[in-house]
Design a protein around this ligand. Sequence first.
Ligand code: ATP
Length: 244
Amino acid sequence: MATDVHRPVTTKAAHAVRVEGLTRSFDGRPVIDRLRLDIRPGEFVALLGRSGCGKSTLLRILAGLDRDIEGTVLVPRRKAVAFQAPRLMPWKRVWRNVLLGLPGKPERALAERALDEVGLGHRTTAWPKTLSGGEAQRASLARALVREPDLLLLDEPFGALDALTRITAQRLVGELWQRRGCAVLLVTHDVEEAVLLADRVLLMDDGVIAHEQRIDLDRPRDITDPRFAELRAGLLRRLGAEAA
Ligand SMILES: Nc1ncnc2c1ncn2[C@@H]1O[C@H](COP(=O)(O)OP(=O)(O)OP(=O)(O)O)[C@@H](O)[C@H]1O
């Protein structure tokens, strides 16, 4: 029988995330198979892997959205998640969307501050349908930030954006992470994005973390730096080998 041992840890802990022996099966088939993962407080980790290898499943488990698991999952109480689709409620103005689901009666100013932080201070009273794709994604980020997370979970947040908007959004996430100091787990298909943003890149395969690569490059990172190209090429080679 599956056990649920999803417990919060405090930010003073040595780890923002501690996962041990995590298994998640669908129809008797383990998609995640005795996985182990540690993320330090304030660390930026990117998760890569072929389509269907279980990245989103892992992220949903860390977010507390899937508790039908075996193993140990320790995560901070304050955590927030942003998905590829911004998931804004069309009948609520942007600032109300940002506060959605917060307990009590949160002040509108809280939403306005978060929207300011993502460069959307001028659209607080807009309706979601009037936002561009990039703006909607920023609103979704503001909704995550307003929770003051110790752990920010991002599931391909830039996947649906055009190339230019994507670059701006990546830069924004890098800045927010440095300012906020929260741990981040970013699920992405984009090796360059992973090397650009992460302290550590994990490759997932066969239900486990099959490889990890530390990214010891100064920030802000320069994609024309030969060491950047080397790290990207190495990760692409490994991903290719796993897909073969
Ligand atoms: N609710 C579910 N019921 C049955 N199978 C599921 C369910 N959710 C996920 N799966 C299966 O688990 C596997 C992993 O799915 P998951 O979405 O985690 O992969 P992923 O690595 O995030 O893929 P992608 O990169 O394409 O988004 C897939 O084979 C998927 O079909």
